[in-house]
Design a protein around this ligand. Sequence first.
Ligand code: UDX
Length: 436
Amino acid sequence: MKIAMVGSGYVGLVSGACFADFGHDVVCIDKDQSKIDRLHDGVMPIYEPGLAELVGTNVKAGRLSFTTSLAEGIAGASAIFIAVGTPSRRGDGHADLSFVYAVAEEIGASLSNDAVVVTKSTVPVGTGDEVERILRSSGTKHRFAVVSNPEFLREGAAIGDFKHPDRIVIGTEEEFGREVMHEVYRPLFLNESPILFTSRRSAELIKYAGNAFLATKIMFINEMADLCEKVGANVQDVSRGIGSDKRIGPKFLNAGPGYGGSCFPKDTLALLKTAEDYESPIRIVEAVVKANDHRKRAMGRKVLEAIGGADTARGKRVALLGLTFKPNTDDMRDSPAIAIAQALQDAGVEVTAYDPEGMELAAPLMPGVVMKSDAYAAIDGADAVAIVTEWDAFRALDLARVKSLAKAPVLVDLRNIYQPADVREAGFDYVSVGRS
Ligand code: UDX
């Protein structure tokens, strides 16, 4: 079966490479010529573990190719995926659908066979209806169906998530849509991954509802962590205690500096906009969004307190370890590190930083922060070290070396990756999240 993937960004490229690995014939399309040129040379536009190898193998096997021409790429494809970006629209938080609709127009104008058009981009409820309207108004004579197939990939674990999904959601009311999607995901049917067929609107909402629920879970445990600090409880014990109730579940209950990334911040905002449009407020998600914004700045204040408070902070230096919104990615979007560095700089603190993959993208977002070539270079001369992202490389720091390099032995662990007793035994003032 031939599949076309329009948009070779994160979701498009990972999905395209995985579909090719299933044995399908896949063409990834992108209008960015330099991105396609680099892909032809085997250079990935994003950092994702295992992606370069997966792309390389499938290109070599002749199952995966790249082009800038949409008309050429979709010719003969039974399934055409739309996987272009849907960023937050500046000013109002609505998802910006202009890329999705522009692609739909172009597909309508160049369709040369019957095909199912699948929205994989995260799109608000009702977008499928508009894509269908655009295709119909193109006057195409070919048979088509518009299907919603939301993506649940986590950055850093995207290939594993794609190949072993908890579930696949396919939103369509049409038999043609079902048949083609069944064929697209046949290898996963064989794998016994559950496939949920729903209406198109339900599928569109599932993506937003899922992300909003996970964001809520994170912020619930984060606020519980604040209470733990006040009452002398340990948030990791509370997490384990509630998480082992099967109705709650153990995942997404790690307290930290707040959520970031390309999905949760944008999707919670877009869901609230939909709720507003339909006059059906989701007050719990409104509170989550506010609490998360507040938390990122509060983490900056937590670091300031660890160095003796904002009043005496001017001229001191803090080393930030980890800048990306989570490990195993170079993605800096809405990373808590940005707000933390800003809060420190506002108090006159000099900030040094190291991140294994994120420094290139971080530098323009964090003016004045001095990027260093490794963790110890960042720590050299610092009044405190703050772990912001839980990269494996920071889990086994040589504490004796940290102590000898830093000006003061202060460790702020915003991801709870150390045991308080171990760090204190090594002679540090140790501050973590929701633990005393
Ligand atoms: C998320 C969803 O998991 C995925 O299904 C969706 O398709 C896209 O958005 P991603 O943004 O890659 O994926 O990252 P994820 O691993 O979910 O983490 C999101 C944020 O939550 C990160 O900032 C992370 O640090 C934070 N988080 C996660 C916590 O603070 N605590 C947790 O227990 C889990």
